[in-house]
Design a binder for this molecule. Structure first.
Ligand SMILES: Nc1nc2c(ncn2[C@@H]2O[C@H](COP(=O)(O)OP(=O)(O)OP(=O)(O)O)[C@@H](O)[C@H]2O)c(=O)[nH]1
Ligand SMILES: [Zn+2]
Length: 342
């Protein structure tokens, strides 16, 4: 980003719609000092849907932005017609620095990573307790992706009306991953999410930008529809065949929660390529273990006989949960590789 705006924070930027028909500014004036700021909520074939405080603007990218990608969650500055009226088109002239980036690569050996969501706070891993059976390995991989991206993980366990969460949650006890259990009201049809459970989910998402990921059939759409009843309308994309408000594109879309916060649905994302995750930096997410790695051989995978973490844990430096924490760390590290991409 240009250093020209370093002295500005968001509240300094004047937000006003540009007048219709205003002329392009001359080259030597500060570029786009009157840009209107917004958050990208959807991307579809070169058209960006951008939420400004009280309106939704459709924009295209200005040529001056070059090849850099703009993704859901990006905070952007726009010029041109930012009124949001039908058939108007604004121009995105800058993208603010990203606080976090959630990436995916097509698979573990793929070095081409794509940012899928910018500026998210939380990665919500939606897993059914039954029908389909929970896939621990896929959950592990999502947790690795969350830690790596600097997002807080949250487990949302659906279909508690069909099976108990106790056994599944045991796998995650040592990781201190927060979880919310939800289900539908028995006998009320598959789509009536239990209101008390829904409130717990809502509370966990309030005021934050949360990216939802989950395997097909786990009840992600059911949950999104319950959280954002007008989801279909607000995305403006309704499947012509089913009419059920399914996204026809596979790109992420951000939905605004009543009360504040965003839910980012990622219809096409079932897993994350984790080839870029390095064991040495990953262990830093485990404060109690990271300090014990100073005795490790150079380039230690932390999952080999010479790893110093076994002794560290045996000597009690990581507390009573140390052994379980180390086992969990190693399980997550192993989930990076292998065939099952969930
Ligand atoms: N018993 C029970 N059924 C549920 C629950 N949540 C969703 N379902 C049902 O599970 C099925 C799948 O739910 P969806 O919300 O479509 O799942 P999804 O995760 O969006 O899956 P895709 O549409 O394949 O992406 C539907 O038949 C729902 O009615 C739940 O908590 N309990
Ligand atoms: Zn080690």
């Amino acid at each position: 980003m240009s250093g020209r705006y370093d002295h500005l924070d968001e509240s300094d930027v004047r937000v006003r719609p540009s007048r219709k028909g205003s002329r392009p500014r001359t080259k030597d004036r500060p570029a786009h000092e009157d840009a209107v700021l917004g958050v990208v909520t959807a991307v579809d074939r070169g058209r960006y849907t951008v939420r400004v405080s009280d309106r939704t603007v459709v924009a295209m990218r200005a040529r001056e932005l070059g090849r850099s990608r703009i993704v859901v969650g990006d905070r952007v500055g726009m010029v041109g017609d930012t009124s949001g009226r039908p058939d108007t088109l604004a121009r995105i002239v800058r993208v603010e620095e990203r606080r976090t980036v959630l990436r995916r690569s097509a698979d573990d050996s793929d070095t081409v990573e794509r940012v899928i969501v910018a500026n998210a706070d939380q990665l919500v891993v939606v897993t059914a307790l039954a029908d389909p059976e929970p896939r621990e390995r896929m959950v592990d991989r999502c947790l690795v992706a969350a830690y790596d991206a600097g997002l807080d993980p949250l487990l949302v366990l659906t279909k508690a009306d069909l099976a108990s969460p106790v056994a599944f949650l045991r796998h995650y006890a040592a990781l201190d991953v927060p979880s919310v259990v939800t289900g539908t009201v028995p006998g009320a049809g598959g789509d009536a999410v239990d209101p008390t459970a829904l409130e717990r989910v809502r509370a966990a998402l309030l005021g934050r930008t949360s990216v939802l990921v989950g395997h097909s059939g786990v009840g992600k759409s059911t949950l999104v529809n319950a959280l954002v009843p007008d989801a279909a309308r607000s995305t403006g994309v309704v499947n012509a065949v089913t009419g059920r408000g399914r996204h026809t594109s596979t790109s992420a879309v951000a939905l605004e929660l009543a009360g504040g916060g965003w839910v980012v649905d990622t219809p096409g994302v079932r897993s994350f390529g984790l080839g870029h995750v390095d064991p040495a930096s990953f262990v830093e997410h485990f404060d109690d273990l990271a300090a014990g790695t100073s005795g490790c051989p150079r380039g230690c995978s932390h999952d080999e006989p010479d790893c110093a973490l076994d002794a560290w844990v045996d000597e009690g430096h990581a507390g009573p949960a140390g052994a379980a924490r180390l086992e969990s760390l190693r399980r997550l590290l192993r989930s990076r590789t292998g065939e099952d991409h969930g």
